[in-house]
Design a protein around this ligand. Structure first.
Ligand code: NDP
Length: 281
């Protein structure tokens, strides 16, 4: 589990920010949503220089003004084409400026591009040494890329791989997740709600999810999150622009699925029994 700079444990559910901060008239509600999450213990905020061309990072900067910075865990991502020694230091500096902070808790390579992994790793280590970031990690890397990373000098310092993972897309369970768990490396699950169901038609409406939601007096979103929370080493980062939805997502922590209920989900949405390519958006 991650900890913040003051030693606070990071909540089991984080908050995404993709598409937030882009429309001024929505800002007040989005700010309220992120605050509502922080106040429920969802103290990890995930953003990226890519999101709204820095708009999401700016929103994060406004939201965190009201909190003790050291009780929060800020994650941002660098574009693959900025992940080399000529660009990464200024990319990181600009992200920090937009978030109005002087350090990031975690900095991720957003996906693998043409820059050699070894160069990115050296830069990430240098950013740690300069105190600009506390930890570094990667995103959208499949197992073979992770193995290549691990063989590099300091490659083992990578603390996470952020990948797409939800009940309707369980390819990571075959090899990547066990490999990461074995190394005590957190898997940050993006699109944990399948983007409100858009990524897998019929997922939210499926009879089993509807039934379990009704039995637990819960919502489909909470069932999807409760499923991921049964996986050790998995940290879902749902995104919401609505305080009501954020409250709902945070409450998923209190929802316990029984072994029989998990079996029903397993039957309806089985994990693949062979290697499948990493799902991405
Ligand atoms: P999510 O699976 O988190 O789904 C977000 C959608 O679900 C929004 O439309 C939101 O709408 C809706 N939603 C959220 N909570 C509820 C709820 N309780 N009930 C009903 N609808 C709900 O998708 P994201 O793509 O946003 O992924 C999460 C985060 O992961 C991103 O924001 C980003 O930070 C990260 N990410 C990382 C990627 C990478 O390449 N590393 C790629 C994609 C995402 P509403 O606003 O109305 O609540």
């Amino acid at each position: 589990m991650f900890t913040t700079a003051n030693g606070t444990t990071v909540g089991r559910i984080g908050q995404g920010t993709w598409y937030l901060g882009e429309v001024p008239t929505r800002e007040a509600r989005e700010t309220a949503a992120l605050r509502c999450g922080i106040e429920q213990g969802m103290n990890l905020l995930d953003t990226a220089e890519m999101y709204g061309d820095g708009a999401a990072e700016r929103l994060v900067g406004k939201v965190i003004r009201d909190y003790d910075r050291e009780s929060l865990f800020l994650v941002s991502k660098v574009y693959p084409f900025h992940a080399d020694e000529s660009h990464i230091y200024s990319s990181c500096e600009q992200s920090l400026r937009r978030m109005a902070t002087d350090y990031m808790d975690l900095y991720l390579l957003h996906w693998r591009g043409k820059v050699p992994l070894s160069e990115t790793v050296d830069c990430m280590e240098e950013l740690c040494a300069r105190g600009k970031i506390r930890y570094w990690g990667v995103s959208n890397l499949d197992l073979t890329d992770m193995q290549e990373l691990e063989r590099l000098s300091c490659g083992g310092h990578c603390v996470t791989n952020q990948v797409l993972y939800h009940l309707g897309s369980r390819g990571v369970e075959y090899e990547l997740l066990p490999w990461m768990v074995h190394r005590n490396m957190m898997l940050m699950a993006y699109c944990p709600l399948a983007q409100g169901g858009q990524l897998r038609r019929g997922l939210w409406e499926s009879p089993v999810i509807q039934k379990l939601a009704a039995e637990h007096n819960a919502t489909p979103a909470q069932i999807l999150l409760a499923f991921l929370l049964t996986r050790p080493g998995v940290l879902p980062i749902p995104c919401s622009s609505s305080p009501e939805h954020t409250l709902e997502n945070g409450s998923a922590l209190r929802l316990r699925l029984s072994p029989e209920e998990l079996r029903q989900l397993e039957d309806a949405f089985p994990a693949p029994r062979h290697r499948v390519p990493l799902d991405i958006v």
